[in-house]
Design a protein around this ligand. Structure first.
Ligand code: SF4
Length: 307
């Protein structure tokens, strides 16, 4: 199978299979905040989260979504894919943290744009009431809808330290309701969280691999200037590139082959990134991961086959 030639089920391959061509994601701002920031659960946000709500590359809010999409497509026109297919990605903050009618209008407008072939919604599992899931399931019958859940870790101690604000059973419940409604789910996991061992990171990956989630986003922990995480610098280990690649290879070996790998590293804002600085050379990191995968002689005997 082609994705085995590529060593994993890449997002590019998945999109090409689904849409018949290359597709790009456009980061948009739905104009929402987050219960971890507005005082409902807390004011500081997750310890690693930047002021932009972990959406440092999205366009600025205050514009309607059609205008944001048009602007984003216009701005990327030099590398615009020939078929002009895009996924509207609501990335910043918690994109189901608003009234039902607001969300319905926002997502319906996005999905109705002629250049948009699907929408992807980044959110928290504790912000997904059933009526919103039903509405998203209705849109999913028009064009594909992905819901991206920021799990980050299965370990409650770490979750509490990073101030995630919900427990693992909340993720399990949301995942069950989302997949039960036929929605595509992508789970975000952070590699390198403070005080976690390599084994703990892989336990999280294994857990996600055995869940009903369709895709996973493996992200390297970035220490961003101005976040509370910055204050803990020096108290926890920052992964070097070799350590990170080793964990990523082991993570891929634990995941089922059909699981879509949405990301293998991360995009930290260069001007705000404090550590790890090696991650700024993203292309190099990905090349090193691909080289390591090719050299991995145990690849054919991947652990997931034994579950
Ligand atoms: S839930 Fe997301 S947007 Fe909210 S504080 Fe955490 S990382 Fe930031």
């Amino acid at each position: 199978m082609k994705w085995k030639e590529k060593r994993f089920h890449s997002l590019d391959y998945y999109y090409k299979n689904l849409f018949g061509c290359k597709v790009q994601k456009i980061s948009l701002d739905g104009g929402m905040t987050c219960p971890n920031r507005d005082g409902t659960l807390g004011y500081g946000g997750c310890i690693f989260c930047s002021q932009a709500g972990s959406g440092d590359f999205s366009t600025h809010q205050c514009e309607n979504v059609t205008k944001q999409i048009d602007t984003a497509i216009h701005n990327m026109s030099p590398k615009k894919v020939s078929d002009g297919k895009y996924i509207a990605y609501f990335q910043s903050y918690t994109n189901t943290y608003a009234s039902f009618s607001y969300l319905k209008n926002l997502f319906t407008e996005a999905i109705s744009h002629p250049d948009i072939v699907g929408i992807s919604i980044g959110t928290r599992p504790d912000c997904l009431p059933n009526d919103v899931i039903d509405m998203l399931a209705g849109l999913n019958r028009i064009k594909p809808v992905w819901v991206e859940l920021g799990l980050q870790t299965i370990h409650e101690e770490t979750a509490s330290f990073i101030r995630r604000g919900y427990t693992l059973d909340v993720y399990d419940d949301a995942l069950k309701r989302l997949t039960g409604a036929g929605l595509h789910v992508v789970t975000h996991v952070i590699i390198g969280l403070p005080y976690e061992s390599r084994e703990q990171m892989l336990e999280t990956v294994k857990y996600v691999g055995r869940s009903a989630t369709e895709g996973i986003k493996l992200q390297l922990l970035h220490v961003i200037r101005g976040t509370d995480l910055e204050k803990y610098m020096g108290t926890f280990h920052i992964l070097d590139e070799d350590e990170y690649i080793d964990i990523i290879i082991s993570a891929l070996e634990l995941l089922p082959p059909e699981m879509v790998i949405h990301r293998l590293t991360g995009d930290g804002p260069a001007d705000l990134l404090i550590a790890p600085l090696w991650s700024l050379k993203k292309r190099n990191v990905l090349n090193h991961i691909n080289s390591a995968l090719k050299n991995r002689d145990t690849w054919q005997g991947r652990a997931f086959n034994q579950k």
